[in-house]
Design a binder for this molecule. Structure first.
Ligand SMILES: Cc1cc2nc3c(=O)[nH]c(=O)nc-3n(C[C@H](O)[C@H](O)[C@H](O)COP(=O)(O)OP(=O)(O)OC[C@H]3O[C@@H](n4cnc5c(N)ncnc54)[C@H](O)[C@@H]3O)c2cc1C
Length: 303
């Protein structure tokens, strides 16, 4: 990130909430389950699978996690009733990881049991590095009773090769991403090229071991590397999937789909859209810069 981009990213919280909501639109389905179901239906009609996520993280009260469990259960019910093609993804800290690990485990179990009723699947997102050990521990524990659960590995994190080797031995269903959290250098690679190289290395380890991988990236070089590996290993489309975020690189998403690969769009929804949108704007200073210009020129409010 350049110096100007860093300044823009750091200033993002100064943007008025009403303005953030304008730019949040492409990234989130809306506030309600009905909004989410409409977006799933639309993406399914375009040939994309969906991963539904309810916005929320690092909760401080047990009731917030309990409510999230109920909302995920309702979401799973509606997906099944409408025969939509969407699984779900959850953040461990939304389900109480930082409050009480056992409470979080029980919450995950309740969602997985509900998912199992309709043959659906839940992926546990990976959050910042202090959550990695606990999240993997929960994953292995849940795998003892459930085969409809998956986990995430972050290519920027230095320990990921060791984690991947263990997950490969367990034939885990893994989403591979670069990792969105800014981590200290002791924990994570900071060089963009090393992160790209590590992504390819981890992907090769997982695919060669016969793991089902969610290849989550909008980086066209990595999409190209993945296609090269898929071809070399002679994998069939049901053995992996590409994954992208709602509102990001829709053109690349269509290109990948047109090449015959399956692609899942991760779509978040819920009233807690504000912190998520701030993260998206920070991640993409080009959009944030546009927001700032619009703010000072007043063009957004005139539109
Ligand atoms: C389906 C999915 C699930 C994910 N789950 C997790 C998770 O559980 N844990 C985790 O730490 N990270 C997760 N991520 C985020 C991921 O780690 C990266 O931060 C993100 O995908 C950007 O990396 P990239 O590989 O797309 O490459 P980049 O080089 O960062 O991006 C490539 C291009 O896409 C654009 N772009 C990428 N991301 C965004 C964005 N958010 N907003 C606007 N433009 C963007 C960039 O501007 C650039 O042009 C997930 C990503 C996806 C696609």
């Amino acid at each position: 990130m350049g110096a100007l981009d860093s300044v823009i990213a750091a200033s993002v919280p100064l943007v008025p909430k009403a303005l953030v909501s304008v730019f949040a639109k492409p990234y989130v389905a809306g506030e309600t389950l009905q909004d989410q179901l409409r977006v799933i239906q639309d993406l399914n009609a375009q040939g994309f699978m969906v991963a539904s996520g309810i916005l929320g993280e690092f909760v401080t009260r047990r009731e917030e996690s309990e409510q999230a469990v109920r909302e995920y259960q309702q979401c799973l019910d509606e997906i099944a009733a409408r025969k939509l093609d969407s699984n779900i993804h959850t953040k461990p800290t939304h389900l109480g990881l930082k409050l009480d690990k056992e409470f979080c485990y029980q919450n995950m179990r309740r969602i997985l049991e509900q998912a199992k009723l309709s043959g659906n699947f839940m992926r546990m997102d990976m959050e910042d590095s202090p959550c990695i050990d606990d999240t993997l521990e929960l994953y292995y524990r849940l795998r003892e009773d459930f085969d409809n659960v998956g986990v995430v590995i972050q290519a920027r994190v230095r320990r990921s090769l060791a984690d991947v080797r263990k997950l490969a031995a367990a034939k885990a269903n893994v989403r591979l991403c670069k990792g969105v959290y800014i981590e200290p250098r002791e924990i994570a690679y900071t060089d963009f090229r090393i992160i790209q190289e590590n992504y390819t290395l981890l992907l090769e380890e997982l695919l060669s071991a016969g793991c089902y991988v969610g290849i989550a990236t909008h980086d066209e070089l990595l999409v190209w590397e993945a296609c090269r590996l898929i071809d070399r290993l002679d994998l069939k489309p049901h053995q992996y999937e590409f994954q992208m975020l709602h509102g990001v690189e829709p053109q690349l998403r269509r290109i990948v789909r047109a090449q015959g690969h399956r692609l899942r769009v991760a779509v978040p929804f819920g009233p807690n859209w504000y912190p998520y949108s701030i993260r998206r704007l920070r991640k993409n200073p080009a959009i944030a810069g546009y927001v700032f210009r619009a703010m000072f020129q007043g063009t957004i409010f005139k539109a």
